[in-house]
Design a binder for this molecule. Structure first.
Ligand SMILES: *[C@@H]1O[C@H](CO)[C@@H](O)[C@H](O)[C@H]1NC(C)=O
Ligand SMILES: *[C@@H]1O[C@H](CO)[C@@H](O)[C@H](O)[C@H]1NC(C)=O
Length: 503
């Protein structure tokens, strides 16, 4: 169960966590991580060439999981040469909110690498377990591009499983070389870079070129590409384009996962075809799908091919059933979904065209409306949300939960008691909504479980942000905020949205 919860979360914001295999291990002796706040942040940062800062919130579960790993990494890196400083800022603390907004912190945890006394800021895009953090930061604190002097060095750097960008030059000076280094600095959190005077060292491509040329090695499609472009922005664009496979494969191979993460973090609409890779028809699907992906290249859709075996998380997230495969689902950036189950290879091109032409209706995930709904806490599904909540004209306390969520299980008997205490009141409804099997409409901001909302009879939505989810507090909140039929309207203060959490 725990693994499915992790996979579900991954398909939302912090996909990276999916593959990181985090194990909380609290028994570390503290404390190599520096605690910074508004009183000493600037001072500390300006004194160091390389500081890593984690912005966290005390209530954020992913931050709690990261903490021991981050601390362990800090202790290992404390003896690194040059020193690598790991720090943390409680961004939930009122006094620190200025720093958080200065560093554009939108979710927790957010980790930034500050170089050069804070003058250059880079997003941390590495793993979240101690050894991975250490390896990533060691690389980040070294040179942005390393010189390749032999075939062995080239083979070690390039490998077979990642994207590596190598500049071939006649001399390590001049505008082209400087621009290459600038690019390496800019993109170093995403790719590895090397430079060489001799293309013969390189494992793939024309070994007689003398440069200047930028060669991108990749583990998919054409395996390498040469660019003769040395404008930093233009090069960056070319690299972004060829850095994603035409079709990203999602299976149990961890080497594919960085590309899967890139796929989900990308700005494009996302087409995902799921099937059983071991079935006879897999090859036919792969080649037809690839044709379609090539056809729509540059048109704002990215394509992923997922093996049923690795995709349980996706199936749960989208509310799909295994007997619907082979299937294709498109999720737009705006959050709409389009689904074609029981796909055949020849359907792919036709259906994607229909989708592009606006001829496919969106798909909404909902459990069936329950026939019986006579427990104190009412069951709401996507298809009954309008009736029971949004258009009900009642005061409704609605819980968004996930079946695997421990805090939700603790809350369940309390909600029951709250519901029982309002049983005689026809204007108050206590309800629950399984957000894993039903699509949550955009009226609600559900980033963690349980999320509680209160809708007044007149239709005003209030998030319930208190940590205190006792029966007394919930009842008091309902009493305070409900629309009372007999009294005149009173002014109600709406709580500010809580910060983003951790999906
Ligand atoms: C920064 O100040 C806080 C108290 O305001 C203190 O707890 C923390 O240790 C200080 N950090 C450093 C690195 O001096
Ligand atoms: C995929 O197909 C193979 C071969 O037909 C079968 O043995 C396997 O159980 C299938 N996997 C799933 C997850 O259905």
């Amino acid at each position: 169960m725990a693994s499915s919860s992790r996979v579900l979360l991954c398909f939302s914001l912090f996909i990276a966590l999916c593959f990181s295999g985090i194990h909380a291990d609290e028994a570390e002796s503290k404390e190599f991580v520096l605690t910074l706040d508004s009183s000493n942040f600037s001072d500390t940062v300006s004194k160091h060439d390389f500081v890593v800062v984690e912005f966290y919130a005390p209530w954020c579960g992913h931050c709690k999981k990261l903490a021991p790993e981050y601390e362990k990494a800090a202790s290992i890196l404390s003896s690194n040469d040059p020193p690598v400083i790991l720090a943390k800022v409680d961004a939930n603390e009122e006094a620190n909110k200025g720093i958080a907004s200065e560093y554009d912190v939108k979710g927790f945890p957010t980790i930034k690498i500050l170089r050069n006394g804070g003058k250059s800021i880079q997003e941390y895009k590495g793993p979240r377990e101690a050894d991975g953090i250490v390896a990533y930061l060691k690389k980040q604190s070294g040179p942005a591009s390393v010189e390749i002097k032999s075939a062995d060095e080239a083979t070690t750097l390039v490998g077979e499983k990642k994207i590596v960008i190598v500049g071939v030059f006649q001399k390590f000076s001049g505008e082209e070389f400087e621009n290459f280094l600038a690019l390496a600095h800019k993109l170093r959190s995403d790719y590895e870079f090397g430079h060489t005077l001799d293309a013969k060292h390189l494992p793939r491509g024309d070994s007689s070129v003398t440069g200047p040329v930028v060669r991108l090695f990749k583990p998919f499609d054409e395996l390498f590409v040469d660019f003769k472009e040395f404008n930093v922005e233009a090069l960056e664009k070319l690299i972004e384009e060829s850095g994603l496979p035409v079709v990203t494969e999602f299976n149990n191979d961890p080497d594919n996962h960085p590309f899967v993460i890139k796929f989900f973090n990308g700005q494009n609409d996302k087409a995902m075809l799921f099937l059983n890779f071991s079935s006879d028809v897999a090859d036919a699907f792969k080649s037809k799908y690839r044709e379609v992906a090539e056809k729509y290249k540059g048109e704002g859709i990215s394509f992923l091919l997922g093996d049923l075996d690795a995709s349980q998380g996706a199936f749960q997230y989208f509310g799909l059933k295994e007997d619907q495969v082979p299937l294709i689902i498109i999720q737009t950036n705006a959050g709409q979904k389009f689904l074609k189950p029981h796909l055949e290879p020849d359907h792919i091109a036709v259906w994607v065209k229909e989708y592009k032409d606006g001829k496919v209706s969106p798909y909404k995930k909902s459990e069936p409306i329950p026939e019986k709904n006579d427990e104190p806490v009412k069951v709401v599904v996507a298809d009954s949300l309008q009736d029971i909540v949004l258009k009900s004209g009642k005061n409704v306390l609605l819980e968004f939960y996930a079946p695997w969520c421990g805090h939700c299980k603790k809350l369940a008997p309390i909600l029951d008691e709250v519901a029982v205490s309002f049983e005689k009141d026809p204007e108050v409804v206590i309800a629950k909504f399984d957000a894993t099997t039903n699509d949550v409409p955009s009226d609600f901001d559900v980033k963690y479980y349980p999320t509680l909302y209160f809708q007044t009879a007149s239709g005003k939505l209030l998030p319930y942000d208190e940590d205190d989810r006792s029966k007394e507090s919930l009842i008091a909140f309902i009493e305070k905020n409900r629309d009372k039929t007999e009294t005149t309207t009173e002014t109600k203060t709406e709580k500010p949205e809580s910060g983003k959490d951790e999906l």
